[in-house]
Design a protein around this ligand. Structure first.
Ligand SMILES: [Zn+2]
Length: 510
């Protein structure tokens, strides 16, 4: 019913009268390489091992791409897509979704101008927005499998997924699959939609650089694979098209450390606690398990919260040693008689401060509460490699619930940038660019104006005189830019906070 209402709103879009005509025809494609680093790529280009990246560099420009803090994928990819700093766009951590983004992306804006725009596994694009004549296939931080248009679902044969990977060999296999399948899938989607502007992101380099940094042969194989995939994408483009390649951060050696992650969906469901069906969501299971209990009737939500807490606190090894340290962060106002004691409130305060300082984690006050389960490393080490965990009254193989990773690589603040094709000069010297400059550059290369709330600048010195003469870089008021429709909460035929919260969670309403 809600989806029907959405469609019934119609998409009365197209170029706004104050913005002038658009320049159609050519394609502008951003290929994201999460974790791509010049420290790895330059030596491989020098030995001739990356023919496709080398060709883009030779035909166009390369730059050290200055990134933004914190150096984590959802934050930086959102700055790349919006041209805005994290303070402005509001995506601070891995728990956020597209619903938390406060400003539009350049992709949404170009779609609102009538351009055919497609996004394939770009972060953060869940929940998928309707882009007129375009498509959105959300990236790996998605909470469900929906795509837009819904009819596209049957045509998307490949999606990158980290859920359920239990060891680094499985991460390696997963990376190989992305390298083998993603470019072809992207090319089919782009062709089917006669795409004008789009983005596709590869995550293999990041996933394996964390885990195999001290095994250069694996990093090499992965970067060579991504280079081949970029070659497939370039091959499908014409001479009038432009390709941009960017990463969100580089990589460097880090201290060797254990990282635990959970795959608790199945065991929670076995215990009668089904994410999304019941009023909670799993926000994260990497490094720490974070569950969000949705806002709603206090007593009901409190009972759910206590069941979740109990099942996690009860998870133990055979000797009864707990495998999690469980905390609750209250958000809903607690009625008289349900107040927490001073020690509990102090512990919650300390945990919030720690989460903010250490992980830049911001908890939304519009939840009922959060459950935070930290892995008990000492107990879990004793269970490796194939111990058992008691969870929700059942015995599970540890590897089905919790996996052990070892990290040797860390993010580095210098990312990569390359561009070539229509409008881009060949510049042999490596330049400097900010992640905030990518969105305005995409707009300019698409022959579109740049909204004046974008913080970055268009590097006009890299554009050809011919292109600039035909498409002078223009700044226009963001307030005059057409917007994609969203469903306002007031248009919903509900006044039930719980249903509204579920719709929000499902992405139907902001
Ligand atoms: Zn990473």
């Amino acid at each position: 019913m809600v989806a029907v209402a959405w469609a019934a709103l119609g998409l009365g879009l197209g170029p706004g009268p104050v913005l002038g005509p658009t320049a159609a025809g050519a394609r502008v494609v951003l290929v994201g390489v999460d974790g791509g680093s010049w420290s790895v790529i330059d030596p491989l280009i020098a030995e001739g091992a990356l023919p496709h990246l080398a060709a883009i560099a030779r035909r166009g420009v390369t730059a050290e791409l200055a990134t933004v803090e914190p150096l984590i994928s959802p934050v930086v990819w959102t700055s790349i897509a919006t041209g805005r700093s994290p303070e402005a766009h509001g995506i601070s951590d891995f728990m956020k979704t597209g619903l938390d983004r406060r400003v539009p992306t350049i992709f949404e804006r170009l779609a609102a101008r009538g351009r055919r725009v497609g996004l394939y596994e770009y972060l953060l694009t869940w929940p998928a927005r309707e882009l007129p004549e375009g498509f959105v296939v959300p990236g790996w931080l998605r909470r469900d499998e929906r795509v837009t248009p819904a009819s596209l679902a049957a045509k998307v044969a490949y999606r990158y997924d980290l859920r359920g990977l239990r060891n680094r060999e499985e991460y390696r296999e997963n990376a190989r699959e992305e390298i083998a399948r993603k470019a072809g899938q992207w090319n089919r989607l782009a062709e089917d939609h006669d795409l004008e502007v789009g983005a596709v992101t590869f995550y293999a380099v990041d996933a394996l650089s964390h885990r195999y940094w001290n095994e250069p042969a694996v990093i090499r194989e992965t970067v060579l694979g991504v280079d081949g995939a970029i070659g497939e994408i370039v091959e499908a483009l014409g001479p009038e098209d432009t390709i941009l390649v960017a990463s969100d951060h580089g990589f460097q050696a880090g201290s060797r450390r254990r990282v635990w992650s959970g795959t608790l969906e199945g065991a929670l469901s076995d215990a009668g606690l089904v994410p999304m069906r019941d009023a909670f969501t799993i926000l994260g299971q990497f490094g720490v398990v974070v569950l969000r209990v949705n806002a709603g009737p206090f007593a009901e939500r409190e009972a759910l919260l206590e069941r979740l807490r109990a099942v996690l606190e009860g998870a133990s090894d055979a000797a009864g040693e707990p495998v999690f340290t469980v905390d609750v962060l209250d958000e809903a106002e607690r009625p008289p008689g349900a107040q927490r004691g001073i020690l509990t409130r102090l512990r919650q305060w300390g945990l919030r401060r720690f989460a903010r300082w250490r992980f830049n984690a911001h908890f939304d006050p519009d939840a009922h509460a959060y459950v935070i389960a930290q892995f008990e490393g000492d107990v879990l080490e004793g269970l490796l490699p194939d111990g058992e965990i008691r969870f929700g009254g059942k015995r599970h193989a540890m590897r089905d619930l919790i996996s052990a990773d070892e990290f040797t690589g860390d993010h580095h603040p210098t990312a990569i940038f390359l561009a070539a094709g229509r409008g881009v000069r060949a510049v042999p010297e490596r330049g400097a660019l900010s992640v905030l400059d990518v969105a305005p550059l995409i707009a300019a290369l698409a022959g579109e104006p740049v909204p004046d709330d974008v913080e970055g600048r268009v590097p006009e010195e890299w554009l050809t005189a011919e292109f600039l003469a035909a498409h002078p870089v223009r700044r226009v008021a963001a307030s005059a830019w057409p917007e994609l429709p969203t469903l306002a909460e007031t248009e919903l035929p509900v006044d039930d906070a719980d249903l509204l919260e579920r719709l929000r969670t499902m992405g139907y309403v902001r």
